[in-house]
Design a protein around this ligand. Structure first.
Ligand SMILES: C[C@@]1(CC(=O)O)c2cc3[nH]c(cc4nc(cc5[nH]c(cc(n2)[C@H]1CCC(=O)O)[C@@](C)(CC(=O)O)[C@@H]5CCC(=O)O)C(CC(=O)O)=C4CCC(=O)O)c(CCC(=O)O)c3CC(=O)O
Ligand SMILES: NC(=O)C1=CN([C@@H]2O[C@H](COP(=O)(O)OP(=O)(O)OC[C@H]3O[C@@H](n4cnc5c(N)ncnc54)[C@H](O)[C@@H]3O)[C@@H](O)[C@H]2O)C=CC1
Length: 189
């Protein structure tokens, strides 16, 4: 049973901190930027990979070439930590708890408030996949399957539905009924 509650964050409105500038830091940074290219991000680590330095040239990404310190949590909303030092990762989790900041410790699911997901994107449609931490590789493979089967005409469909939605008159119940009627074809009815 997967009890995780999925939400879609507006990361350009929040300030994200990534701690660690190695492979994991880069992977998580890329995951964030792929979805939210305008996200406001600060990344801290004494050693930062060149690929991350390049991303800082073209994104709202500030790099700090220091060791983690709790002072860097000031004005931060959400934290992703992936240093190669378990004790540091644990300290970050404790500091975030004390400050009520949501935190992801990449290599320790038990210390995470949230997990990253595999993300399928086709135009405005976005599907997030979670395996409850059981198999990120399954999530990745299933993303590939869904990417393959989603129709290329989605853009048109969603635009049409949006314009119908904006034009519909009547009370809420009537609108819901009408929109359900129009989209019945999706269930093969
Ligand atoms: C719990 C979670 C916490 C979190 O990171 O948020 C977590 C934890 C861990 N990942 C590990 C390993 C790998 N992670 C990936 C890939 C992804 N991992 C992602 C999410 C999550 N990973 C969260 C649960 C998501 C869920 O519920 O399914 C994805 C979906 C999203 C993203 O990271 O952007 C992204 C795929 C994106 C895509 O392509 O669609 C691959 C495959 C690869 O890289 O090809 C491997 C190697 C193969 C393998 O192990 O499966 C390890 C062991 C490390 C070690 O052995 O040292 C841990 C720690 C542990 O499990 O203890
Ligand atoms: N490489 C991978 O794909 C995966 C690795 N892991 C685990 O995650 C951890 C990190 O892995 P990598 O990113 O590959 O390591 P890495 O060696 O490439 O990077 C470690 C990063 O942590 C930073 N760091 C170290 N101490 C710090 C501190 N006090 N404050 C701030 N930053 C600090 C370093 O400067 C460096 O940028 C390792 O423990 C690894 O076992 C987990 C999942 C996958």
């Amino acid at each position: 049973m997967n009890n995780l509650f999925p939400i879609f964050l507006k990361l350009e409105e929040l300030h994200t901190l990534i701690v660690g500038g190695g492979n994991v830091g880069l992977e998580k940074l890329e995951a964030v930027l792929r979805n939210s290219p305008k996200a406001k991000i600060t990344l801290i680590a004494p050693e930062i990979k060149d690929e991350i330095k390049e991303l800082a040239q073209t994104h709202n990404l500030t790099l700090i070439f220091e060791k983690y310190d709790s002072k860097y949590l000031d004005s931060i909303d959400i934290v992703i930590a992936g240093t190669d030092d378990k004790a540091v990762n644990q300290q970050i989790q404790q500091d975030c708890k004390a400050k009520k900041i949501l935190v992801n410790i990449a290599d320790t699911p038990d210390l995470c408030d949230f997990y990253l997901s595999s993300v399928v994107v086709k135009d405005d449609l976005k599907i997030a996949i979670s395996t409850n931490g059981k198999s990120p590789t399954f999530a990745k493979r299933f993303r590939e399957v869904l990417e393959e089967i989603l129709p290329d005409t989605l853009h048109e469909t969603l635009d049409n539905l949006q314009s119908i939605r904006n034009k519909l008159k009547g009370d809420f119940q009537e609108k819901v009924q009408k929109l359900n009627e129009i989209t019945k074809v999706m269930r093969g009815e």
